[in-house]
Design a binder for this molecule. Sequence first.
Ligand SMILES: [Zn+2]
Length: 321
Amino acid sequence: MLYGNQNVRSALSHMAKSRRLAQTFLFYGDNGLGKKTLAQWLAMRLLCTEPDAPCGQCKNCRTIQKNTHPDVIWAEHSGKLGGFSVETVRRICAEAVIAPNSGERKVYIFADCDRMDIRSQNILLKIIEEPPAFAYFIFTASARQSLLPTILSRLVPFGLAPCSEAETLQALTEHGFAQEDAQEAIQCFHGNIGQCIGYLEEEGVRRLVSLTKDAVRCIINKNEYDLLKTFFQVGSDRNQTLRLLQLLDQVFRDAMVLRMSASLPCISCDPDGAGLLSGKLSGAGGQHDHKCIGKALAAVQANVNVQLILSALCAELIAGK
Ligand SMILES: [Zn+2]
């Protein structure tokens, strides 16, 4: 089920109706905003056999929802950095010129294209430039810059926005979550339905939110030792560390925004902490801390020892106050 982003869906529907639909798309935005759900929706919109497409009921719609439609192909993600191997992309390019199995169209979806292998992107370029008349290609990534400019210039980009909190509440309760729990998740992840669901279903996400809140209090109280202890609770797990630093960075972002106006919306998981932090931060201090966290994030991604990165960051965040 797709919620929000009505404008994107209307634009795509309008293009499809006017027969001016492009064949290559990029859906971009934060994790949890529904990029893959939108890709599936567009595949249904393209292959649905009913006049009110996507009907959600016809054979095509139902099999696409079950990921069993032979002409809607999710490119196999390697699970590693680079995402799609040269072999996978070569195979898809060869298959893409073969006519669809059942209908008139086929759809290829490349989900999570962040840091996609450059060689794979270059192989894709040719088919993206001149796709067969029946083939459609949908890419999803967290940011537009994830793909090479040569690829990007051939895709029609659509940025996804968070839903309203009312839409999110509706989505979560329709998913079967209790109203009270849903509201707690929305306080942390606002209009990002995917991340709200992660919070409600995964103990690990709730723990990271709690660690983020603890870290913010340590920074406010200039308690370097406790900050280090808080950071070290993620151990040396690189992904957990990345997530924790991203959550922390968002609190700093909110604190800076709140310095300008208390009525602007927060995006972080700790609006209360951001409010407290905003009273302690100078503009330059906030910039400094944001830069330090950015540097640490880059180092975590570059395989530098996680504990060393966190120790250095702790000292910088406390000294910056
Ligand atoms: Zn249908």
